[in-house]
Design a protein around this ligand. Sequence first.
Ligand code: BTN
Length: 258
Amino acid sequence: MSKTRQSTLLNDYHLLSYDQLDSTNAESRRLAGGGASHGAVFWAKRQSAGRGRMGREWVSSEGNLYVTVLISPTVALEKCPQLSFVAALAVAETLEGIVPEPEKVACKWPNDVLVGGKKIAGVLLEAFTTKEMGLEKQWIAVGVGINVDNFPEHVMFPATCLRAEGVELISAKIVLSRFIHHFIALYDLWAAKGFAPIEKAWLKRAHQLGKAVEVIVGDAQVHGVFEGIDASGCMLLRDKKKNISTINAGDVFYKEPA
Ligand code: BTN
């Protein structure tokens, strides 16, 4: 693993950049409370062990964006899953300013961003603690992958990248800078006003809202109409008897023609 590190400031954030890491989330965990504090941004050009949701691999070849923002939360831990919506919304706003048809950008529950129905980005939140002078300190690694130059072919959901969407002249570093700009603004909004404005803006872009979906939760299949999200970021599904169930993790598949 090449750990050559450059330490600079990006939009006032402490930026730690690397040619290669195993995973930016893993590095943020190693440095939390030591070389890095709240708001540090970890950026790698490649990852050798990029992590996706549900223990999946995140293929991380050069050309795409791999970034983690290290957060020392000031709110109750139960509210921290909301950060994945803050990050997904920041990605959506970033992409809306880049792609030729911004209306094609959508947020897919729980943490994906799509362009034209294809996955272009994902968010992985990881919580951990460190001990400082006997005191436990809570951290959240907000990991974001955005396909800029390439995308994996053989994946569960169809994928895309900015280049395939007609955006040729953009680098991962420019996308990083724009993403951080949006993330800071939305993080500050979340810290000041809570989840409501984030939820509203996310729902405005929500893929499949009001549509019949199938959610795979472990070995089970759950069917219903996607009604929205709750304060923990759980998906609200309405069944035929109008009962609402709450799903906290799963893969969503679309059931109706678009
Ligand atoms: C998903 O499964 O959709 C989430 C993917 C998150 C990938 C990013 S890339 C930067 C950060 N480091 C990792 O190892 N994973 C996240």
